[in-house]
Write a new protein. Structure first.
Length: 217
């Protein structure tokens, strides 16, 4: 079978100069280097350079694509003929690290680490929740008079807890981002009474104002 003459033809960055033994062609790369390449690898496009394309990847270090900045590159060889791909270690704008293929970055397929989009969603959700439920630093749903205490509460009343270090019942209340200590008591009934009085004094006027505020919206 007659061998096809590839002399002078260009494949990628390689130009075929002359046929060598064992089915190889001596090629000259655009960078100036010469290399012997199997005919099949040359014509199929598996080999497109002398290897300088791999080195070229290092020029992308420091470049930013979307929110990702390339810090390191590494060529991953997948076949004996040298074919493979370049992967990049990138730093996202959120501070996280992610390893991505260079071709995916250049194509715009990947623009973030992926986690920061989740963070952005959570932040928007939290902001939306605060706008809906918080008034002047107070979460209205948390200051109902009939609000049930947490499961770890032993007193059965929100804001009244057992102070083990002093052997007393402690009463407290939170309002507009601040915590107020209402005192410690030997009798749980006194602690509960202190809490209830504080609720009427603080929450009562606030809830009355809030109810009127919502009616006028």
């Amino acid at each position: 079978m007659k061998r096809k003459d590839l002399t002078g033809q260009t494949f990628g960055r390689l130009t075929a100069l002359e046929y060598k033994e064992n089915g190889k062609w001596l090629c000259q790369c655009q960078c100036g280097n010469t290399i012997e390449v199997f005919t099949e690898n040359l014509t199929s496009g598996h080999t497109k350079s002398c290897g300088c394309l791999k080195d070229k990847a290092s020029s992308y270090i420091g470049e930013t694509y979307g929110s990702l900045t390339i810090k390191e590159v590494k060529y991953i060889k997948t076949n004996d003929d040298g074919k493979g791909y370049t992967k990049c270690r990138c730093i996202c704008g959120c501070g996280r690290t992610k390893t991505i293929r260079l071709d995916s970055l250049l194509a715009g397929d990947v623009t973030t680490c992926g986690n920061c989009k989740i963070d952005e969603f959570k932040e928007k959700r939290t902001k939306s929740l605060k706008e809906k439920e918080f008034i002047q630093g107070t979460q209205v749903s948390k200051i109902k008079f009939d609000k049930k205490p947490s499961k770890v509460n032993k007193s059965g009343v929100t804001g009244v807890n057992w102070d083990k270090s002093r052997g007393k019942w402690m009463a407290g209340i939170r309002f507009q981002g601040k915590k107020y200590n209402l005192g410690r008591f030997d009798d749980i009934a006194d602690a509960i009474s202190a809490r209830k009085e504080a609720e009427k004094a603080i929450f009562g006027s606030f809830i009355e104002w809030y109810t009127k505020f919502k009616e006028e919206e």
